[in-house]
Design a protein around this ligand. Structure first.
Ligand SMILES: Cc1cc2nc3c(=O)[nH]c(=O)nc-3n(C[C@H](O)[C@H](O)[C@H](O)COP(=O)(O)OP(=O)(O)OC[C@H]3O[C@@H](n4cnc5c(N)ncnc54)[C@H](O)[C@@H]3O)c2cc1C
Ligand SMILES: *[C@@H]1O[C@H](CO)[C@@H](O)[C@H](O)[C@H]1NC(C)=O
Ligand SMILES: *[C@@H]1O[C@H](CO)[C@@H](O)[C@H](O)[C@H]1NC(C)=O
Length: 540
């Protein structure tokens, strides 16, 4: 399809075309959220304050969320209050009583409130990181969230599923990644916002000018800038010693020597799960259950059998590394789930906790690695491919230094084009206000609340400010105080491969504590295992 010309002067430019950009575009098209008193929220305080019918772009956020911390309805204390508010209005008690309450939000089209805007994203189709597939693990991976947590306004995932499958979404459905990508790709045309959405556009070179911003790469002028570029576009690169391994071929089914997987999070697990059951795997991972538990630990075997299975193998490997402990054989024979049985783990999987790659020799499309194990032994292993998946980061290199400094993205002395942006980078600013500098807004995973269900609040906040008649804007004073500020943890600076590379501004190894809020999984597994883990060190 020939690319459409892009207008050169608009009110608002949104960088990125992931879920949060799409939600915001829906609102800026004049779809205004209202509280629907006919579907009262189970929290009487919210219901009283929002009745009889209230436009959710005119709400006083601190007033509506002040009681959350003390409420018996157990609201999240990790996500931003405005994100928790919109989430609970859209899906009341979703975590504890999934079928009990209808959405309290009604979207009304008000043409006169439309705002001229552009959504510019670098992926081939709308959907942001869902449209990308940076590792060999495939489109078949099930999402972590249940499908109703992945819906955008105006056309739910269930609507999409009915259209494509001819029936409703099954209970407790975690769709394959590819199905979510297809849903997001088709969303703009179904809800009528495609006119503003541009794909394959790499935004660069944004600077502040007298009356707003100039987008150098596209010669566009705008008054408001929305950063919706996410924190997952780049895999954290290997440290210099390991870079030659990039020359190894992509993993494929014919490779002979083992595949090396480095990483302890979901992406590493995805790679293992989607490797042929007969292929040998060497798995190097960080094992620090006290201070930096793998996010896989919180996966209950019934809700997430594959992830729990990989975690069990990691745990066994860690116990083996410490010498015979007695519990091991019991764990080995513990009733295995179907996923587990299809692989002869003792033969194909070698887990190496806290192991460091000391030397790399490449020859003939394979590599000989010298490794130092947790107990200091030196061993050698031959591999034919590597998947280095210790986490992902975003980049704000499309901003000039002065905007980057204004919004608090330049704490360290690292230039913005080298800085690796995590959910923690902008968090301190975001907790003050989602307007991180005059007329600059942040949405989506960049706010530090990465789940789609928590993207609505930031979008409603940005839309409210953007739609305010100019003159009644109060600059950056509208604050969104957070119910709690997470403590940031920094990776210790040893040279284990599981830790973050020292080049680039790696802000923190923590994050994604919000994931444990998909508590429907807990209801399903009906015990307390899920959600115990408050730290999700390198989930993706
Ligand atoms: C592997 C994985 C699995 C996940 N699973 C779930 C899940 O099950 N449930 C859930 O709720 N969330 C999940 N998430 C969290 C994820 O943050 C959200 O689903 C969602 O994608 C966040 O949307 P966003 O709007 O922040 O933008 P993103 O989806 O992060 O998209 C931002 C886009 O902006 C693009 N971009 C960056 N810079 C530029 C530029 N200069 N010019 C143009 N475009 C640019 C990026 O390439 C990217 O495509 C997952 C994340 C990952 C990585
Ligand atoms: C950029 O756009 C302005 C009008 O908005 C135009 O005058 C100028 O020539 C354009 N510059 C380039 C390099 O295209
Ligand atoms: C698969 O991997 C092997 C060895 O690693 C390589 O020789 C071969 O070219 C690869 N095949 C494809 C289709 O990439």
């Amino acid at each position: 399809m020939a690319s459409r010309p892009i207008p050169t002067s608009v009110d608002t430019v949104i960088v990125g075309n992931g879920p949060s950009a799409l939600i915001l575009s829906y609102v800026l098209h004049g779809n205004i959220p209202y509280y629907n008193p006919a579907k009262p929220h189970p929290d009487p305080i919210l219901h009283t304050k929002l009745s009889p019918s209230c436009c959710l772009l005119n709400i006083n956020i601190p007033d509506l969320t002040a009681h959350f911390a003390a409420s018996r309805l157990s609201y999240s204390t990790q996500a931003l209050p405005v994100n928790v508010l919109l989430d609970t209005l859209l899906r009341p008690l979703a975590d504890t009583d999934p079928e009990g309450y209808a959405s309290c939000v009604e979207w009304r089209l008000e043409e006169d409130r439309k705002v001229r805007h552009l959504v510019l994203g670098n992926t081939a189709q709308a959907g942001g990181q869902w449209a990308d597939n940076p590792v060999s693990a495939s489109w078949d991976i099930g999402t972590l969230s249940y499908s109703e947590m992945l819906s955008l306004p105006g056309y739910t995932f269930d609507d999409h599923y009915r259209k494509t499958h001819g029936g409703p979404v099954p209970d407790f459905y975690r769709p394959p990644r590819g199905e979510v990508a297809a849903y997001l790709a088709t969303y703009p045309s179904v809800v009528g916002i495609a006119d503003s959405i541009y794909t394959n556009e790499e935004v660069q070179d944004i600077s502040r000018v007298d009356d707003g911003f100039h987008i150098g790469s596209h010669n566009i002028s705008c008054k408001n800038l929305v950063l919706a570029s996410g924190t997952f576009s780049n895999l954290i690169p290997p440290r210099p010693l390991l870079r030659p391994l990039n020359a190894l071929p992509q993993p494929n089914h014919t490779s002979e020597a083992p595949l090396l997987v480095v990483g302890s999070g979901f992406t590493a697990a995805d790679v293992i799960i989607f490797t042929l059951p007969t292929r040998k795997i060497i798995h190097i991972f960080k094992w620090d259950p006290e201070d930096h538990p793998s996010p896989l630990r919180a996966c209950h075997p019934r809700a997430y059998p594959e992830y729990a299975g990989v975690y069990r193998r990691m745990k066994l490997a860690a116990q083996d590394a410490q010498g015979p402990q007695g519990t091991t054989s019991a764990m080995r024979t513990k009733k295995a789930n179907p996923f587990f049985k299809e692989r002869n783990w003792d033969q194909v999987y070698e887990g190496l906790p806290n192991t460091c790659i000391k030397n790399v020799e490449l020859y003939d499309g394979s590599a000989l690695l010298t490794l130092e194990t947790a107990n200091g032994n030196s061993i050698q292993r031959k591999i034919s491919n590597i998947e280095y998946v210790i986490g992902r980061r975003g980049s704000l290199s499309y901003l000039d230094e002065s905007i980057a400094r204004d919004i608090g993205a330049l704490e360290d002395q690292i230039p913005i084009n080298k800085a690796l942006i995590s959910g923690h980078t902008l968090r301190p600013k975001v907790e003050q206000s989602l307007e991180v500098a005059l007329n600059v807004f942040v949405t989506g995973s960049l706010t530090g609340d990465s789940l789609i269900r928590f993207a609505y609040g930031g979008c409603v906040f940005a839309a409210r400010e953007i739609m305010r008649p100019s003159g009644s804007r109060s600059g950056t004073s509208s604050s969104t105080p957070s119910a709690s500020s997470e403590s940031l943890s920094t990776a210790p600076s040893s040279q284990l491969d599981l830790q973050l590379p020292t080049q680039g501004a790696v802000i923190s190894a923590g994050g994604h504590s919000d994931l444990n809020l998909d508590k429907k999984a807990r209801a399903y597994a009906s015990d307390q295992e899920i959600g115990k883990c408050d730290m999700w060190p390198e989930p993706w």
